[in-house]
Write a protein that binds this ligand. Structure first.
Ligand SMILES: Nc1ncnc2c1ncn2[C@@H]1O[C@H](COP(=O)(O)OP(=O)(O)O)[C@@H](O)[C@H]1O
Ligand SMILES: CC(=O)N[C@@H](CCC(=O)OP(=O)(O)O)C(=O)O
Length: 262
C-alpha cells in the first residue's frame, strides 16, 4: 500500500505566524501523498467577538447557532482555508481548499438535541464518507486542505471538530493507503504535567489512557484529540502521533517525536 500522511493542525499554531510559516514550509517539503486538516477555533472566536457573536463551548464543542454557522463558514471555509492554500502555493505545494460539502466528501448529521442543543454541529459516520474524489486529487499531485466544515445533504453547512474530521478521513482512507495520522499542536506531545512542556509521554495505550483520565492529567482540547486518536488506531489507521508542529517533518520519517498512540 502507498503511504499517506493525514495531518491536522490546530488553532494555536494557526494563530502564531512564525510557527505557522515554518510548519507550512515543512508540509510543502513532505514528499508523496498528504492531506492537511486545519482548525481555527481561536480565530473564529476572535472574529466573532469583533462582530458581537459570543462563543460558547460545551465539552470542547462550539454551540453553533444560526449566526455562528455563518461565522465559522466564513472563517474556516474562507479566510483560514484560503490563506493556507495561498501560502502553500507560494511554497510550491499544489494545495486545493476543501470543506466536507465539496464533492460530498463528508456528509454529516446535525447532532440530535438531548440535554444540550449544539445547534448546527455535524456528527460524522465514517462509512458515509466519499473519499474517491480525494484519491483522484492525490493521484493528480494535489494536496487537499480541509476546513472543519461538513454538510447535511439538504443544503445546510455544519460545524465539525477538526480532530474528528482528521480521524474520519484517516479511517476512510485507510482502506486504500497505509495512513499515518499526525496531530500537530504547540506542545511536544501529550504531557504528564500540562504545565511542563518537557514531560512528554512517548507512548499511550488504552490502559495508560485510562490511568491518565482517572488522575485528571488530561483536560480541555487534549481530550477530543485522544478520543479521536484511539478511534483512528482501532479502526484501521496504521499509526497515530500527537506532537509539536515543528516536529512534523521528523514524524513523517521512521522517527517518532511526541506521543505514539497504540
Ligand atoms: N496532558 C496534556 N498534555 C498536552 N496538552 C494538554 C494536556 N492537558 C490539557 N492540555 C491542553 O490541550 C490543548 C490542546 O488542545 P487544543 O487547544 O484544542 O489544540 P488544537 O487547537 O491544536 O486542537 C493544549 O494547548 C493544552 O493546553
Ligand atoms: C463543533 C466544533 O467545536 N467545531 C470546532 C471547529 C474548529 C476546530 O476544531 O478548531 P481547533 O482544531 O483549532 O480547536 C470549533 O468551532 O471550534
Amino acid at each position: 500500500m502507498i503511504d499517506l500522511f493525514v495531518i491536522k493542525v490546530g488553532g494555536n499554531v494557526l494563530d502564531n505566524a512564525p510557527l505557522l510559516q515554518q510548519f507550512l514550509q515543512n508540509i510543502a517539503t513532505i514528499p508523496g501523498k498528504k492531506i492537511l486538516i486545519h482548525g481555527g477555533g481561536k480565530i473564529a472566536t476572535r472574529i466573532g467577538d469583533q462582530l458581537g457573536i459570543v462563543s460558547n463551548y460545551i465539552n470542547g464543542r462550539r454551540i453553533t447557532d444560526a449566526a455562528t454557522i455563518d461565522l465559522v463558514t466564513m472563517v474556516y471555509g474562507g479566510l483560514v482555508n484560503k490563506q493556507l492554500v495561498a501560502q502553500l502555493q507560494a511554497l510550491g505545494c499544489n494545495a486545493i481548499g476543501m470543506t466536507g460539502a465539496d464533492a460530498n466528501i463528508i456528509p454529516a448529521r446535525k447532532r440530535p438535541v438531548k440535554e444540550i442543543d449544539y445547534g448546527f454541529v455535524g456528527d460524522i459516520t465514517t462509512k458515509d464518507l466519499h473519499v474517491q474524489p480525494l484519491q483522484a486529487m492525490l493521484d493528480a499531485g494535489l494536496t487537499p486542505v480541509f476546513a472543519p466544515l461538513t454538510h447535511d445533504g439538504k443544503g445546510q453547512m455544519l460545524n465539525t471538530n477538526a480532530d474528528t474530521i482528521a480521524a474520519s478521513l484517516a479511517i476512510a482512507l485507510s482502506a486504500f493507503y497505509k495512513v499515518r495520522l499526525i496531530y500537530c499542536f504547540e506542545k511536544k506531545g501529550v504531557l504528564r504535567d500540562a504545565s511542563d512542556d518537557e514531560a512528554v509521554i512517548h507512548l499511550i495505550n488504552r490502559t495508560i489512557y485510562q490511568d491518565l483520565l482517572e488522575n485528571k492529567i488530561l483536560t480541555d482540547g487534549i481530550l477530543p484529540k485522544l478520543e479521536n486518536a484511539f478511534s483512528a488506531i482501532e479502526s484501521g489507521v496504521t499509526e497515530v502521533l500527537i506532537g509539536h508542529a515543528d516536529d512534523v517533518l521528523r514524524n513523517t520519517t521512521r522517527e517518532v517525536a511526541g506521543t505514539l498512540i497504540c
